[in-house]
Ligand binder design. Structure first.
Ligand code: FES
Ligand code: FE2
Length: 354
């Protein structure tokens, strides 16, 4: 499969990578090993020793945590991927004894990995998720769901939240989104937003209970901002009708889809809110969220993928509904970015620019 290369992919929650440990994780079909050298920053190396191709992640950290030692014959590699120790022969380090290193940036509690050449890494392309990262722990529910589907199906899932009214009927869905008219906003070549607004309805109980006055008509919003290739920030909230959003209640939620391999997706979710900030509320909300994502969304995504099989999505000629406008725009943008990259690295293009 072709992946977007000049892009940042979420590689995990920053606290999944503990100091002194190796973390093996495959992203876009590349087996990687992550660790934190003594200065604490995160590094990612190709998880394949250049000697006999053993996974370095089966080895151990050495040299005070500055290097990883291959479990098979003991070559050591530092955080740049350079071989720093050869226990064999004269100890001379062969020229080809190196593994590729990848650019990793830690921001807003997430590890972001640049899938292209290090020299091209552009940190300004990382979306701003500080609103979520800054939420109190007692208003936070996070989780990780490895899912057997193409990562773009998760994009479709979050960009078309009308599914909540059916798949999550009785919990997250109230029917309001399906009734509301969606607005799609183009945010440039790498981003698109879809917004559902409604006015005059009473808020769902979970919100109503935390408004200044209960049972009153409200303005409600559901807003997803997608950034290529698969990061989504979702705001859902309500305020008393006619009042500014800041006076109401809001939830800020991340849905992060990174391809692991063809047909497998790393899915991280991170839900926060600006109300009901206390451990008891959090303990009550957690199972509702976990159930919806792990027992409803994940099985649906995996079942869709089984029906799709290895067919290319568009080749199946999916029929489109009103709520698909955002998801389709996101897919088209991603396709266009991948095509543009392929064209820029094609032999004809390289010849022309030589
Ligand atoms: S396979 Fe790594 S040192 Fe031999
Ligand atoms: Fe869902």
């Amino acid at each position: 499969m072709s992946y977007l290369r000049r892009a940042w992919y979420v590689a995990g929650f920053a606290d999944e990578l503990a100091p002194g440990q190796l973390l093996a994780r495959t992203l876009f079909d590349e087996p990687l090993v992550f660790f934190r050298p003594p200065d604490g920053h995160a590094v990612a190396l190709q998880d394949r020793c250049p000697h006999r191709f053993a996974p370095l992640s089966m080895g151990r950290l050495c040299d005070g945590g500055a290097a990883v030692q291959c479990p098979y014959h003991g070559l050591r590699f530092d955080g740049t991927g350079a071989c720093v120790h050869n226990p064999h022969g004269t100890g001379v380090i062969p020229k080809r004894a190196a593994v590729r290193s990848w650019t990793v940036v830690e921001r807003d509690g997430l590890l972001w990995l640049w899938a292209g050449e290090a020299a091209d890494a552009d940190a300004s392309l990382i979306p701003d998720f500080s609103a979520v990262a800054g939420a109190p722990a007692d208003a936070t529910v996070r989780g990780y769901l490895p899912t057997a589907c193409d990562y773009r199906l998760l994009g479709d899932n979050i960009m078309d939240l009308t599914h909540a009214d059916f798949l999550h009927a009785g919990s997250l869905g109230s029917g309001a989104i399906t009734r509301a008219q969606a607005q799609v906003t183009d945010l440039g070549e790498r981003s698109v937003r879809i917004t559902w607004l409604s006015s005059g309805d009473r808020a769902p109980d979970a919100f109503d209970a935390h408004l200044r006055e209960r049972g009153r008509p409200t303005d409600q919003w559901t807003e997803v901002t997608w950034t290529a290739p698969g990061a989504m920030l979702l705001h859902v909230g309500a305020t008393l009708q006619g009042e500014p959003r800041e006076r109401g209640v809001d939830t800020a939620n991340l849905h992060l889809a990174t391809p692991e391999t063809t047909g497998r997706t790393h899915y991280w979710y991170w839900s926060t809110r600006n109300f009901a900030i206390d451990p008891h509320a959090n303990a009550a909300i957690r199972p509702v969220i976990e159930f919806a994502f792990s027992q409803q969304d994940k099985p649906m995504l995996e079942a869709q993928q089984r029906r799709i099989g290895s067919a290319e999505f568009w080749s199946l000629k999916p029929m489109l509904l009103a709520g698909d406008a955002g998801a389709v725009r996101a897919r088209r943008k991603l396709d266009a970015l991948i095509e543009a990259e392929a064209a820029a690295t094609s032999p004809e293009h390289l010849e022309q620019s030589a």
